[in-house]
Design a protein around this ligand. Structure first.
Ligand SMILES: [Zn+2]
Length: 73
């Protein structure tokens, strides 16, 4: 089974979109639970890590690879 890799500051795409219409979330806190912030409306929610991993589709932008992908600015 594929293990999802993500870290603080990553912008991820969720399977279900937020009521505001955006499905991009930024990880703003990591721990037992993960706090994510909606890129569309800035609303933040705290969800259990297992649920987050289940609902996350993929990492769109990661701090780890940011330096190689700065041209998107
Ligand atoms: Zn939203």
């Amino acid at each position: 089974m594929e293990r999802k890799v993500f870290q603080l500051g990553d912008v991820v795409q969720m399977k279900k979109s937020h009521p505001c219409g955006s499905n991009e979330m930024e990880i703003i806190r990591m721990g037992m639970d993960i706090r994510i912030k909606c890129v569309g409306c800035q609303h933040s929610v705290l969800i259990p890590r297992a649920k987050f991993e289940k609902n996350m589709k993929k990492v769109l932008r990661s701090n780890a690879i940011d330096e190689a992908q700065q041209e998107t600015l």
